[in-house]
Design a protein around this ligand. Sequence first.
Ligand code: CMC
Length: 372
Amino acid sequence: MSAQATKSEGLAGIIAGQSAVCSVEQGGLYYRGYEIHDLAENATFEEVAYLLLIGDKPSGAELEKFKKQMIEARALPDHAVELVKKVAKAPAVHPMDALRTVVSYLAHFDPDCQDNSKEAELRKSIRLTAQIATIIGHMQNVIDGRDIVKPDPALGHAANLLYMMRGAKPTEEEAHIIDVSLILYAEHDFNASTFTGRVIAGTLSDMHGAVTGAIAALKGPLHGGANEAAMEMIQEVGSVDNVEPFMKNAFATKRKIMGFGHRVYKEGDHRAAILHNLGRAYADKKGKEAVKWFEIGEKVQKIMADEKKIYANVDFPCGMTYFVMGIPVPQYTPIFVASRITGWAAHIIEQHENNKLIRPLSEYTGPSGLKW
Ligand code: CMC
């Protein structure tokens, strides 16, 4: 390691490049200058996708054109549907792995696959955003033993995703909750999966490859996989009465509480309360059994805040919200992908537009001076 090098475990606190896509601050989260509460309240996922990919707020006509392009790109070729059928029920598969495989496979049939020009990358971004939702829907159909539900061009992105997963149209409230969760998940600067995508793009590799790698990075429970892990943990707690003993044991055994903590946010995640409030209101209407999961979660949050000053990140309310909506737990992180694809794509485009190979140093700790 050279004398001028800066060392930081996990690159914590290191500014590893510039970006105009998103700003993650203690005081707020901004997508291209727009604050997250504003977007969650006043925009749709399609508008946010346009904002991230194209760079500014769409006019009415621009949005209509963008939505039409997304809808036209939804269907998968028949051979890709066959692949979904094969991998969705493979013996050791998690839906994130199946999604990664199908995204990688789709590269071979994308006419723009080897073209890293901005125009081609935008076309690929739109196609991938549309197709990923379809892959998730088809996977769930296969898992449930239902015939494949084709996309419905009359539905918006979030409503269509739920429709394809369930084979039944969602209520307006359900579609809205998913839409908001997609907005909240869409972008978060140099998080692990986005950074993975940028590292891959930084070698001048292609978008499908970068997204495939990003999906693998998002899967882990320290990152996107936390929404599934959080809900599995809440189910393990099982009852409000068991929260205290569970947490006592977790602290004694230094067990990590999934869906809590963040590398950047130390006073709480700006996205968490937005989703919590929507999920909780939905659960209140559904009744006691649904509310129970939020009561457990709220007690866990209180103990974490009081005793550790560690706060829930967006994955914690996501777990409870998707659960009370009846979404199967292993699909929570794939749904995260259905949203974050827009942020990843925006970063891959940005990386390619002003590329610098990403290549940090390591501090060598092995033996030295050995003779063969
Ligand atoms: N439960 C218990 N203790 C925690 C937690 C947690 N969730 N998060 C942090 N801590 C403690 C940790 O044990 C450590 O304590 P000590 O200094 O005594 O060893 C201290 O806080 C610092 O934690 P760290 O893991 O070194 O901090 P980091 O910045 O490297 O980690 C994190 C950030 C997100 C990996 C971590 O908070 C974590 O593992 N959280 C649980 C997994 C999770 O929810 N991930 C989702 C992240 S946000 C959204 C997303 O990416 O999807």
